[in-house]
Design a protein around this ligand. Structure first.
Ligand code: TXA
Ligand code: MG
Length: 317
């Protein structure tokens, strides 16, 4: 049985599982999170696989305190003000990613920004301290289902897909964290949640805009989580490579090519391919090539999310 009461021993075992690249669901004060070692690309890919999420969206990375958060992202003055007032708590801050940020590219969906939260829940805190690594954790439900506020909810959705579910009773807030982008001149609320807009406005002494619509489909450029898009053109489903192109390969049957090549997974493992996707795009983009040819990726399992991202990147201006 995957559900265990969150005793000291169970938290220790959960920390070992997480450091070993496995998935652990755990309570926070907002909702239960589906956690993975944020520095391990394959572990992060396993989150998307377990949730059956057909898209890679950036995840919230959980850390123990403000200092740990500042190691991952740049705390602007507004960011520091919000962090001081609401951390630990139901607030996530989107910051510019630090240069040496150890978090896997897949956790931030290849973006230069990172969403970080310091949860207040005692079990989440104990787990973060025991793991001593940042934990990426979206809500612990299947894609399209509501967020879980009890261990039983998590078990119903993900019982056979996680190494362990730490049971800490019902969550207190029951709503996800409020996500605030502090990368710009003024903070912008990207998702309403546990900390209200009024509370934030009172603290900062000014009105705060709430970005409209789906953060995955930005309506006002510059405001929302934009998708990472390489500046090179992408040529999808390439069966051969043309002169001057770079190649993203998949599987064993790779066309002969003298130029820059990265194989997402020589063994055809979609989990490995997902973990390597964004760093491969970045590396080949940095090679200065005009076009990146990409071999066909099967559409099953994580392949759906990989292809979704590649199609969006191919369409980007
Ligand atoms: O309460 C919560 O926040 C829960 C618990 C488990 O902590 N976690 C959660 O995580 O809801 P997740 O990964 O499902 O939430 C991600 C949200 C999305 O709205 C996403 O678009 C936004 O945060 N987000 C993450 N990284 C971002 C980034 N770099 N830029 C803009 N938005 C980002
Ligand atoms: Mg969710």
């Amino acid at each position: 049985m995957a559900v265990v009461k969150a005793s000291k021993d169970a938290i220790g075992a959960a920390a070992i599982a997480l450091r070993d690249g496995k998935l652990v669901a755990f309570p926070t004060e907002t909702v239960y999170g589906l956690g993975a070692d944020a520095t391990n690309g394959r572990a992060v890919a396993a989150i998307f696989k377990a949730k059956r999420r057909p898209q890679f969206n950036p995840l919230i990375v959980h850390v123990r305190d403000v200092e740990a958060a500042a190691e991952l992202g740049e705390l602007t003055p507004f960011g520091r003000q919000l962090a001081t007032a609401f951390w630990p708590g139901a607030l996530s801050l989107v910051m510019a990613k630090q240069r040496d940020c150890p978090v896997a590219d897949l956790a931030t969906a290849g973006l230069d920004t990172i969403a970080v939260r310091v949860p207040s829940h005692a079990i989440a805190q104990a787990l973060l301290r025991a793991v001593d690594r940042p934990i990426a954790a979206p809500s612990a439900n299947l894609s399209g289902h509501v967020s879980p506020t009890t261990a039983a909810h998590v078990e119903a959705d993900l019982g056979n897909r996680v190494a362990m579910i730490l049971d800490g009773g019902a969550t207190a807030v029951g709503l996800e964290s409020t996500v605030v982008d502090v990368t710009g001149d003024v903070p912008i609320i990207l998702r309403l949640g546990g900390v209200t807009r009024e509370t934030i406005e009172r603290l900062l002494g000014q009105t705060i805009a709430v970005a409209e619509g789906d953060p995955e489909k930005p309506s006002s450029p510059g405001m929302l989580a934009r998708h990472y898009a390489p500046s090179a053109k992408l040529r999808l489903d390439a069966l051969e490579v043309r002169n001057g192109e770079a190649l993203i390969a998949f599987g064993r049957a790779v066309p002969k090519h003298a130029g820059p090549t990265i194989n997402l997974s020589a063994s055809g493992d979609l989990l490995e391919a997902a973990a390597n996707l964004f760093s491969a795009l970045r590396a080949l983009d940095a090679s200065g090539t005009e076009t990146i040819a990409i071999m066909p990726i099967p559409e099953d399992g994580l392949g759906e999310a990989i292809n979704d991202r590649l199609r969006r990147a191919a369409r980007a201006p």
